[in-house]
Design a protein around this ligand. Structure first.
Ligand code: NAP
Length: 296
């Protein structure tokens, strides 16, 4: 059978256009949306990724400041920068880019990102809000998976979805978003044992483990729609996902490519979230100040 390739590029362009339209409107009203990305690593692939966000932001008319604090930045310095950005009115969205220097605890730092500027859903408050169905920015990668499935009209209500990976940035928030779409979700991880027990019967399989070649043709069935979230850089510098593309192609119904699948949609969503955050913050400023203590 032939396996349909679910490219993310068309959807990414649509989302990027929405971000650009909103940014134009905001600029017309006197406020250019702006994103700040905090980086503290020498990792080349991370810098490549951050530059790709910067270029996409530029195309969408969204300001983008990269704050490169160096691979030896301390937790105190990172905390102080995040607090300043959270309080800075001209910054609408904040990303704390991983990996961070060894010994730096991510958990405490992401909690310093103001929830209204947390456009990549990193603050635990955002995940908590998602868990109880309250409005919050979802991590862009998790949202990108759901947007891709909806874009290609893959039914989710009442369907079985296997998610491989349970991280706070991808697997867990994605499972919450899929539950909101009425899917029945099975979350697999490194202690789940033979993955094919969960992935073969599933209508949709999402792999977000960061393990090259983890999902093979024997893990899927002819009805499977496979979403590859993994991004692994090979020694030759090329980028591959978690799916063994050669063995899954011809077995599964559909597969997202890497690169050109989830990643491109993720970047576009970060920009859309920044524009949405700027809009929400502008609305708050428009509200008349409450006057107190004047009665009588
Ligand atoms: P992570 O924090 O390392 O989590 C990986 C998850 O995969 C863990 O839950 C782990 O299980 C599970 N896992 C690892 N090996 C496994 C195995 N053999 N069988 C089953 N489960 C296994 O990684 P992450 O941050 O979620 O990222 C996952 C992948 O997505 C990475 O390749 C990352 O680069 C990529 N990513 C892509 C985008 C994008 O926009 N395309 C964005 C973010 C991340 P345990 O919990 O038991 O350890």
């Amino acid at each position: 059978m032939s396996t349909e390739v679910l490219s993310g590029k068309g959807l990414a362009a649509l989302i990027q256009q929405r971000a650009q339209d909103e940014a134009r409107l905001l600029e017309y009203e006197g406020q250019r949306p702006s994103l700040a990305v905090v980086v503290a690593t020498d990792d080349e692939s991370t810098h490549w990724y951050v530059r790709s966000i910067e270029r996409a932001a530029e195309r969408a008319g969204i300001g983008c400041r990269i704050l490169d604090l160096g691979h030896d930045a301390t937790e105190q310095v990172l905390a102080s920068v995040l607090k300043d950005l959270s309080a800075e009115p001209t910054v609408n969205g904040i990303i704390l880019q991983t990996p961070l220097p060894a010994g730096v605890r991510t958990d405490g730092l992401v909690g310093l990102i103001a929830p209204e500027k947390d456009i990549d859903g990193a603050n635990p408050l955002s995940l908590g809000r998602l868990a109880v169905g309250q409005p919050a920015f979802a991590p862009a990668t998790a949202q990108a998976v759901v947007e891709l499935l909806e874009h290609f009209q893959v039914p989710l209500a009442g369907r079985n979805v296997a998610v491989v990976g349970r991280s706070a940035v991808v697997g867990k928030p994605l499972s919450l978003l899929l539950l909101e779409k009425d899917a029945t979700v099975t979350i697999c991880h490194s202690k789940s044992g033979a993955l094919e027990r969960y992935t073969r019967p599933a209508d949709v399989v999402v792999v977000a483990a960061g393990r090259t070649g983890l999902l093979t043709g024997s893990h899927v069935s002819p009805a499977s729609v496979v979403i590859d979230v993994g991004t692994n850089v090979l020694p030759d510098g090329s980028l591959v996902g978690d799916v063994d593309e050669a063995s899954v192609t011809g077995v599964a119904a559909a597969l997202t490519p890497v690169p050109g699948g989830v990643g491109s949609v993720t970047t576009a969503l970060l920009l859309l979230h920044t524009a949405e955050a700027a809009r929400a913050q502008a609305r708050l400023l428009e509200k008349p100040a409450l006057v107190s203590g004047t009665a009588g």
